[in-house]
Structure formats: C-alpha cells, structure tokens
Design a protein around this ligand. Structure first.
Ligand SMILES: [Zn+2]
Length: 668
C-alpha cells in the first residue's frame, strides 16, 4: 500500500467512525468496519513511521470502545432460540418432549424485542452479590463489556442481598414506546435522523461510549434466565424466576403450563396482551421448566436446548382511505399522506398498542403502483418499524389519486423532476419553502445575518413581518413592536439583530447573489460570476450568451439565472433591496493585487489574527483561490493553532506549509 492509499484509508475510517459514533447512522456493517481497522493496523505495523496521532488507531472515539479490550468471552454461551411459526409446530415439539419426559412442565414467557445482556454478580466483602460485569450477546460466545452503561439502567440491580458466591442473570434490554417516541420527537425537532424502531435504538444506546447518553434515554430490562448460580436455583426455571422476583429483580412475564392446550392458551393470552404493553414483543418463548431435562432436546450449536420461540405473525389491519393530503416540504418537494380508518371498527386502526390513522404515500409512482385513491382498501401493517406501512391493495378505489397541477400553498404550477419521481413547487418564495429560503439568505455564506435563526424566521413569517428577502431590511420600522413581542429578546437583543441586518447591507454583492438561492449558484459560483459584472443590476440584465461566455458557467446554470431574473416579482425584490440600501455594486478596491494569482490555499487551525472569513477574503482579493480540502493541487496550507488532519495530509503530499505571518509577507 502506498502512503497515499494509507491516508485515504485513514480518511475512510474517520468517515465511518463519524457516521457510527456521532451520527448514529452507520453506512457499513460492524464487520466491514472491523475489516477496515484490521487492514489499517496491518499497514501501520509494516510502516510504523507513517502513524500520526491523527490515525484512527490512535484516537479515542471510535476505537476506544471497540478496541480497548472490551470484548468479553461469555462464561455461559448466550445462544438464540429456535423459532417456530405455527401452533402445530409448538404442539409437535411439546409432544416430543412429553414422550421422553411425561412429567415435563413448561414455562411460557413473553419474548421482548430488545437486545440480550448478561449480568455477572460476585460476592463482595460485605457478603452481598455485587454487579461486576454486564455483557452483550455479540456472536453468542464473545460479546462486549457494557458494564458502565448497564449501571445507568434502573432495572439493573447493582447489589443483590443474596448469600451466594456468584450469580449470572440473562435478560433483555429494551426501550419503552414512550421513550422511543420522545427520542424521535426530539430528533425531528432538531432536524436529525429518526430511529427506525425501539430495538435498534436500544442497541445503539446500550453500546454508547458515553454512559450519560444511556442514562438519559431510559433503557429498561427484564431478566429471563439464570445462566449460572447455586444449585437451589438451577432445578426449576420458574422457581428461580419467582425467587428473583421476590428479591426485587424485574423478571419477564412467565406462566407455568403442563399441557399443550395450556401452552397454546397462554400464547393467545400473550397475543391479546401485546396491544397493551408499553414495549414491543415479537413472540412467546416456551421453555422446559426442569433445567436438567433441557439437554435431552438439543437444537444445534446456535440454539438453546429445550427452548422454542413461537413468532406471532405481523399485526395487520385493513384500512379504508378517507383523504389524501398533499404537502410541500421545505425543499419544495411534494409529500403525500394517506388518512384512513379501520374497515372493521370504523375507528383508527390499532397496531402494536398504538393508534394509527395515517401513513406516508411517498410519491406519485408509489400511489399509481399501490392503486391508491379515496375509498380504496389496503392492508396496513407494522412490524419492527414504528412507521406503519400500507402493504398491498385489497379493493381498488374508483379513481386512483393524481397530484394536482398546482401547489396547494402558493398556486404555482408543479414541476415534474425528470430524473426522479419527485414533483416540486419551484417557487422559492412559496410559503412552504419560505423559511428555508430566508434561512439560507441569512446564512454565513450568504448575507451572514447572525440572530436570524430558523425558529426566529419562522416566527417572523408567521406573524407577517417577512414574506421575501427585502422585508428583512424593513424590520427596523417595527422595532418597538418586535421588542414588545419579545421576538429577538428585549431591547438590547433587538438592537443587536437590527444592527447585524444593517451591517449586512454593505456585504460584497456576491454574498447577496448567493443568498438569492438560485439553483446551481452557490457561494463559489456567485463569487466567480460577480468577477464579471460590476453590479447585480448588470447581472440581472445579462443575456444568456453573456452568461455562458463565462468560464465554468454552464448552460443549465445560465438558464436558472435567467429564469430567476426574468421573473418580475424577483426583479421587484432586487429593486426593493437596492432601495433599502443593500450594496449592489462591486467595489473596485476589493481586489487589491494579483500577487497570489494561480495559487490555491487551504487554511487549518486558528490563526493568530485573522478569522476564517478574513483570511479567505484576503487570499481571494489578492487573486488566490481558497479551498476546503488538501489535495495535490493545493499550493499552500496556512496553519494556525490546533490544526486538523489537513496538516498531516499536506505533509504527506509535500504541500508548502506556512503561517499567517508568511502569508501576509507574500502579499505585502
Ligand atoms: Zn408553492
């Protein structure tokens, strides 16, 4: 492997580490990740001089948790339970067991949909059992040490006042529906990805590096087995469970049954109960109660002897569609929601303990494929996922729903995206998109109006203060009102925001152009374009040919620009912005020299005097180019305090490394 490939590998691992640990959203499996780390370690062993403190093998973060000796070999293997999918199979198994041990009794239990954990207790000097280790199942033989996190779960007993030398309990860690919904609501509020189901979230939470996160998310646990313990607890399984229960351990629902009829009845009772539970279950476990009989019924190396699990079929209801809602999202994309009732009850459908009245219909293609329309009847199911899904059409409607021609919010004609199934409203000042459009206008790359964050913009729109870009510059007329309504806080806060707005008027016009949010015209393109025009007005009147004549401006971008400025209401907004005093003209003095012409710079770390924007402007005003990442094309890396991985990369590529002072010397 070349050094360049090595650096690339480090970057790949860094990327996946971030997905896994910071974003809770891995793109690759743990196995694939582990393979990358193994490869990296091998390379580093062969080339020890390449290793820097930045290497994923050296950092706390991902690797500490996976690498710091946290693998634990189980004392008693943590095996799975063999599934059966019909009651006939349950009866057949019971008959088989009974034919060998006619006195056999069974324990029928709920199968919680969570993740398995074993707790090891050892006698301490005061004569009590002390929790010494908590381990996840892993591959059944080797799991992960999650003791620190387990200590944050209130159902996990830290001390058991029992007179034994040691005890090992196995149970299921899970997340209650309420905690799961709370988490997702918060994620949604913060614009972050929501978790698919309580099980995955519980697993991610238990394996967290930061145990305070585990504490916050309120995991719970039911104990369902004694893995190892004193003889008196290893005779009858249900005796052991009841004994634990009497000593304060939360044990799983279990019922003693002696005949197959009783077992089937209990399985049905659990199914009934399922809707009322505050957590997900995915089956019922049937265990031989006499522990010493279990080994007479081996089930292979993967499965526990003397156990089977009956899996309930996924819950399903038939629903009738009453209404189809078309909404326009913040990006202009249409979204569809089907509103329905349960065909049988006429009420909201009940699935897995929750009421369901709506499901997403994705896009028009999905609607056509599923034959969705008002009055149509569809199967609805929910299995493992919190979001219910329609699962096939039972009775087709008279008319299949078709997206209206116009945006229901602003009345603009919808546009069909050619390469995707999306239908969009392309009016960026459509109310549905307005807050996003205005947030972008105020963002750091655009007009940089700090203080006008997303939620404040929403409030301003809702109360009718702003409907377009120009309205932002009219806010000072409402100063007293804004203070009275506490929109930006009291007087001091309001004055501060209004000052920032005022200050933004003198921004370079390329920032204004960026803020207009014309498709394909981001920060860099806007800068490039404004090098060719003396003012926004000149750009506004530039022909398509003049635009495409600019290097790097393609036909599509030119078209978007023309389309924007051809719209009379957009021209009006530009006029209003100008009237409000927003700078439209390129100041001649901005470009001070061409001393850095043809050179590409990257900046890393904190510079002693210049902030990031100042140094970027300085480089660009002297003809240089500033980019975000180091590559072979980079001429200089400007390094400040606490540089990131860019420094390592620049060193490995032989890029010139300079300080702020050296940069200033190049210009002066
Ligand atoms: Zn619209």
């Amino acid at each position: 492997m070349s050094k360049e490939e090595y650096i690339k590998l480090c970057e790949t691992i860094d990327y996946h580490m971030d997905r896994y640990y910071n974003q809770d959203d891995p793109e690759i499996s743990d196995y694939e990740y582990d393979q990358l780390m193994i490869k990296l370690k091998k390379v580093e062993k062969e080339n020890p001089d390449w290793v820097t403190p930045d290497s994923p093998t050296q950092k706390i973060g991902g690797t500490a948790k996976r690498e710091a000796g946290v693998k634990v070999t189980h004392d008693v293997p943590m095996l799975s339970i063999e599934d059966v999918f019909s009651k006939e199979d349950v009866v057949a198994w019971v008959d088989k067991v009974k034919s060998v041990h006619p006195d056999c009794i069974f324990s029928v239990e709920t199968k919680i949909d969570g993740l398995s954990m074993t707790l090891r207790y050892e006698r301490n000097k005061y004569g009590f059992l002390n929790l010494t280790l908590a381990e996840t199942r892993g591959d059944g033989l080797v799991g992960e040490d999650v003791t620190k996190n387990a200590l944050e779960i209130s159902d996990v007993k830290k001390i058991l006042k029992l007179p034994y030398e040691s005890l090992q309990l196995r149970g299921e860690v899970y997340m209650a529906h309420s905690e799961f919904e709370k988490f997702n609501a918060e994620q949604e509020q913060a614009g972050k990805k929501i978790a698919a189901n309580p099980r995955n979230l519980a697993a991610g939470t238990l394996r967290q590096l930061d145990s305070s996160v585990t504490k916050e998310r309120g995991l719970k646990m039911f104990v369902f087995n004694i893995q190892n313990g004193p003889e008196e607890l290893m005779g009858s399984h249900s005796y052991g469970m009841d004994f634990l229960s009497n000593n304060g351990v939360k044990t799983v629902y279990h019922k003693k049954c002696s005949t197959s009829d009783e077992i089937i009845k209990t399985i049905d009772e659990i199914a009934e109960m399922r809707n009322e539970l505050e957590y997900d279950i995915d089956g019922a476990v049937i265990k031989i109660d006499q522990i010493n009989y279990r080994n007479d019924f081996p089930a292979g190396s993967k499965y526990s002897s003397g156990h089977i699990a009956y899996k309930y079929p996924p819950e399903e209801r038939v629903v009738v569609i009453d209404e189809i809602l078309v909404d326009v999202g913040r990006t202009g994309k249409t979204t569809y929601t089907g509103v329905f009732h349960d065909k049988e009850t006429g009420k909201p459908a009940r699935l897995c303990g929750t009421k369901v009245t709506r499901a997403t219909l994705h896009n028009q293609d999905y609607i056509n494929e599923m034959k969705i329309g008002i009055g149509g009847e569809y199967k609805l199911f929910k299995s493992g996922e919190i979001i219910p899904k329609l699962n096939g059409c039972v009775t087709a409607p008279k008319i299949i729903f078709n997206t209206p021609d116009r945006c229901p919010v602003c009345g603009s004609l919808f546009v069909n995206e050619e390469d995707t199934a999306d239908i969009r409203c392309e009016n960026s000042l459509c109310k549905a998109q307005l807050s996003r459009t205005l947030s972008y206008f105020c963002s750091i790359d655009a007009m940089n109006i700090i203080g006008l964050g997303d939620s404040i913009i929403d409030t301003l729109i809702k109360n009718g203060y702003i409907n377009n870009f120009a309205d932002i510059y009219k806010l000072d007329a409402y100063k007293e009102e804004l203070i009275a309504n506490n929109v930006f806080g009291k007087e001091k806060g309001t004055v501060k925001v209004l000052e920032t707005i005022e200050k933004s008027k003198s921004n370079d016009p390329s920032k204004l152009l960026t803020g207009l949010g014309i498709r394909n015209v981001g920060k860099n393109t806007a800068k490039l374009i404004m090098k060719h025009f003396s003012s926004i007005q000149e750009l506004m009147n530039a022909t398509y040919e003049e635009l495409t004549a600019i290097n790097d401006i393609g036909e599509i971008t030119a078209e978007y620009i023309r389309k924007f400025f051809d719209e009379p209401k957009n021209r009006k907004i530009i006029d209003e912005l100008e009237a409000a005093g927003v700078s439209m003209n390129i100041s001649e003095s901005a470009v001070t020299s061409e001393k850095l012409k043809g050179l590409t710079f990257v900046v890393t770390g904190t510079l002693p005097n210049l902030d990031r924007k100042e140094v970027t402007d300085l480089i660009e005003n002297n003809g240089g180019k500033c980019t975000g990442s180091v590559s072979k094309k980079t001429d200089y890396l400007v390094v400040g305090e606490a540089p990131g991985s860019k420094l390592t990369k620049a060193q490995s590529l032989g890029v010139n490394i300079i300080s702020e002072e050296e940069l200033l010397n190049m210009i002066s």
